[in-house]
Design a protein around this ligand. Structure first.
Ligand SMILES: [Fe+2]
Ligand SMILES: [Fe+2]
Length: 166
């Protein structure tokens, strides 16, 4: 594949991923504003943009490996976010006195560490057939295994804010 096509696939993947997230947030806002039908539409388009994003990712070279390789690369990217990327964002938000983004970055950094732990134990457990339930905090992204905690250990959200992954 030509470099240009590689670059275009990467561009389309990033753009569609962003559009999917943006439309999901628009859907929540429409619902809160009392427009269930528009919320539904935003959700449908968000899903469609995710279909596009996944399609481009599959076409990009070297992005999807065996499950063992994918666990390893997912683990590494969590560690990078935890040790390098978020610390810089936190520092810069702090320097600018941006407390709300700083809190969001800090909580995400802590959660990335938790994600790394979960991947690590999955890598160690690769051959076992244990199936765990997972609950995701809808405020900060913290993942709890087996059951939703009374209170999120990272952001303090109540139990009802945890969504079970089917
Ligand atoms: Fe993560
Ligand atoms: Fe949380």
């Amino acid at each position: 594949m030509s470099n240009k096509t590689e670059k275009n696939l990467a561009f389309a993947f990033a753009a569609e991923s962003k559009a999917a997230a943006r439309n999901s947030v628009f859907a929540i806002k429409a619902k809160r504003d009392g427009y269930p039908q528009f919320s539904h539409l935003f959700k449908a388009v968000a899903e469609a943009e995710s279909v596009h994003a996944r399609r481009y990712l599959r076409l990009m070279r070297g992005k999807i490996g065996t499950t063992e390789e994918n666990l390893e690369s997912a683990f590494k990217s969590e560690i990078k976010a935890y040790l390098e990327e978020y610390p810089r964002l936190i520092k810069e938000a702090s320097e600018e006195g941006m407390d709300v983004p700083k809190k969001a970055f800090s909580e995400s950094r802590d959660v990335e560490n938790r994600h790394a732990e979960l991947y690590k134990s999955a890598i160690n457990d690769l051959l076992s057939d244990r199936i765990s339930a997972y609950y995701v905090c809808q405020i900060c992204g913290y993942i709890s295994e087996a059951k939703a905690p009374e209170k999120c250990p990272v952001c303090g959200a109540i139990k009802e804010k945890f969504k079970e992954i089917e």
